[in-house]
Design a protein around this ligand. Structure first.
Ligand SMILES: [Zn+2]
Length: 61
């Protein structure tokens, strides 16, 4: 299985050049703003997961 690289902004969905430097977690972003927004959302999710217990979170989905 090959990992597909998306070439659109993970936040707003517009096309982004695949060689952009605005990359986090293998995702591309159209702007630094959106990159930071995504990183923050990710950190909040992780914080939530650790307070609830990772086992529960996995079972919920
Ligand atoms: Zn964007």
């Amino acid at each position: 299985m090959t990992e597909q690289v998306s070439t659109y902004c993970e936040v707003c969905g517009i096309d982004v050049k695949p060689d952009t430097e605005l990359k986090r977690f293998g995702k591309l972003f159209c702007s630094k703003d959106h990159m930071e927004q995504y990183v923050r959302a990710r950190q909040e999710q992780r914080a939530l997961a650790s307070t609830e217990g990772s086992g529960l979170v996995a079972a919920k989905v």
